[in-house]
Write a protein that binds this ligand. Sequence first.
Ligand code: 3EB
Length: 333
Amino acid sequence: MRVPLQLVTAEGFVAGDADLVLGGALLGLGSVPHPEWPVQHVGAALLGVDAPALQETWLIDGAPVTAGRFEGVEWRRCGDVLYGVIELAEDALPAGGDKTALQWVSESAYERIFRLLDTQGLPHLWRVWNYLSDIHGDDGGLERYRRFNMGRGHAFEQAARSVVGRVPAACAIGLAQGPLSVAFLAGAVPAVPIENPRQLSAYLYPSDYGPRSPTFSRAALVYPPGQELLFISGTASIVGHRSLHDGNVLAQSQETFDNIESVLAEANRASRHGRFDLTGLSYRVYIRHAEHFDTVRRVLHQRCGNVAAVCLQADICRVELLVEIEAMGGHAA
Ligand code: 3EB
């Protein structure tokens, strides 16, 4: 029987049937075996789970899986859907430029991804997961997240991708350590980008937030064969372009769900195959301070019911933001 593209979460490490696996992520701390498919290591403490790590695995079936390693990008493909991961340490600096190491690896990671996608004939990035260490650290007079944005945006332009409008859903999260890590889903057909009327599009943020605006959409509808998936990007307590409720995790959590509800309503307007509901999505929740976990979880359950959620202690890309939440869902098309 054909398995639609679906994300399965398990405690610890599960070997699984490689013929059905596209790739995945390992969320948590400690060492874990590396399976034979691309895995993004998200080295952040899990909150509210006893296991040291959770394994998320994208299952798919329908065409033979092909796989490879291209310029450091580990990838697997099934039909017209491709998942890949690239991890780049910030130790290689090109000589003589004015780019910092992080800026350069950010640019390089995306350049390699776009070259792979062009080679594979699957040019459309759907969803990207970005992780970098010390996200607020200074990097040649600019915050590291801002350097990351300079590199990412430049690579989009170099690869002839739009930096406004048709851009992928994403998250960009700070971890205590580790290389720049970028995982992605891509396909043959473009994603349908969704914006949030409560928020200025991130690609239009003013230069107060850095010399180059971030390159992501608030959400994306994507179309693997026979399916419609919704990816809601990392969402925080931002209205317009301003962060709200400095120091108040309860109010930030509520504002975040107001934003998620709003972008979900936009997605439902654009959906071709039926509605998505808050209670039917699965969530990844990033919490800056572990002691805020109970408050955030209470708001999550008040707003969404008893949904599937993975909670991680991690840094959000603006210092004043205490929580960021992303979500996904899917149904038959
Ligand atoms: C925001 O709304 C919060 O740089 O890819 C959320 C999702 C955020 C994705 C990214 C950043 C990114 O601006 C931060």
